[in-house]
Write a protein that binds this ligand. Sequence first.
Ligand SMILES: Cc1cc2nc3c(=O)[nH]c(=O)nc-3n(C[C@H](O)[C@H](O)[C@H](O)COP(=O)(O)OP(=O)(O)OC[C@H]3O[C@@H](n4cnc5c(N)ncnc54)[C@H](O)[C@@H]3O)c2cc1C
Length: 489
Amino acid sequence: MITRRVALIGLTAKAERRIGGGFVFESQNTGHAIRDRAVKGGNAIEKVPVVIVGGGIGGLSASWWLKRNRFHDFVLLEMEREPGGNSRSGRNEISAYPWAAHYVPVPNRESTLVRDLFTELGLLQDGEWDERWLCHSPQERLYIHGRWQDAIEPEVGLTAEDHRQFKEFAARVAEFRASGQFTIPATPKPSPLDQINFKDWLAQQKLTSPYLHWLADYSTRDDFGAASHETSAWAGIHYFAAREHEEKGPLTWPEGNGWIASRLAAKVKDHIRTESPVFRIEKSGTKWRVHTPKTIYEAGVVIYAAPAFLLPHLDPSVPKPQGLDWSPWLVANLTLDRIPAERHGEAAWDNVIYGSPSLGYVVATHQDVRARIDKTVWTYYYALSGRAPSEARKDLLSTDWNTWKERILTDLERPHKDIRQCVSHIDMFRIGHAMIRPTPGFLTNPHRLAWIKGRERFFVATADLSGFSIFEEAQYRGVEAARRALLLL
Ligand SMILES: Cc1cc2nc3c(=O)[nH]c(=O)nc-3n(C[C@H](O)[C@H](O)[C@H](O)COP(=O)(O)OP(=O)(O)OC[C@H]3O[C@@H](n4cnc5c(N)ncnc54)[C@H](O)[C@@H]3O)c2cc1C
């Protein structure tokens, strides 16, 4: 009897190790107060030639460009306590870690803006990339049919026909790449590929391999937070065709793209006003009035670098966008005070699970050159795709931390049986409108075209315009807006 009780306590203690943590940032309340017009404003008036709204990569890049061109009369208003947006990072006693964006592919010779910035930040010197931040190997692996394989493209369990279809798909991608239509930054023309979803397009090409369809779906969930049937074929093909295969890279840091965001922010720190949520923007004669809880900024030019879905709530004269939507995401940082036992190989930087609803996890200590690492942080990514974003958003926000914890650990338990004994803490970031979805019809959507055109002395500068929420697009849109502002000024 006694023996049985002890055994039960032992079992409970092992199975139910206490895991701490909670939700971080949680700015939904501010967002909802802005939407419901419930924010009260201050009376102080400050006149400034240029106001930048939003301090993600778009807003920071606009600021970088203005300063680089010796223009200093601007302020950047950021809602949160720190700038960076989806490129923010955190740190604990073990490592720094990303809160969303975690890498940038090595830019090719045509990506002059990215190369200019990376040269300024010391990443690129005399044509050589700083080795510390080129992703070490092993870079990626896939857990499939009960074992890990190198690389994310499935190799285990494929039939000869599956292999043939992968080859055919690669050949089609090579043709698309050679056509020169798929570039970064993207400046696309209307295309029939934008009228059909990626899954249907694959079927039209008689590409039916379930492994190929899994890869297509994984890729669109990874880059757009949307399933392959929710993504245009144009965007799905762009994911594969826009980049050359690179021997080196990608560039990554323990804190992910927070490494870039914090350096950009440091360059323009005197201009940044944090905890300044903009809740209204209105035209007043030839000026724009930008309202925050403390101050009304009277500006000659506005560079709008906050998410585009918010714009009609700030300025009711802007129509609510129809036919556009934003993907909800959950990002979790798991602290592991023990490394899971591995039966097959060692952890890669990016670790993906075949058939999982998640995108897997990235290891924050991967670039650490110490011979032995016995504690680490994993950043786990989960895009809530495959159903209406509004419904998925409700699930994201109404699901409590414990239930999310269970979803995450159950998913990770497939490859790592002992995960519950290794994790001591899980913090989670719920991002209701994390990134725009390039759904069919995106390229010709009239709201998107109106944002690109801009308004009088008002320029939009976010990756939302491109449909691809990636560093290069956010930087390009930020710099474009700043260039247009400088032409006026
Ligand atoms: C889970 C996830 C993973 C990602 N991984 C990668 C990756 O590995 N590599 C990559 O290149 N890209 C990645 N991205 C894409 C990332 O979104 C872009 O790289 C880039 O950071 C987007 O910048 P942005 O300026 O367009 O938008 P955001 O980062 O959304 O910036 C908008 C800013 O506006 C602020 N703001 C909002 N409302 C207001 C208001 N009312 N007043 C004032 N300020 C306001 C926000 O706080 C925020 O700082 C990822 C995105 C997500 C969600």
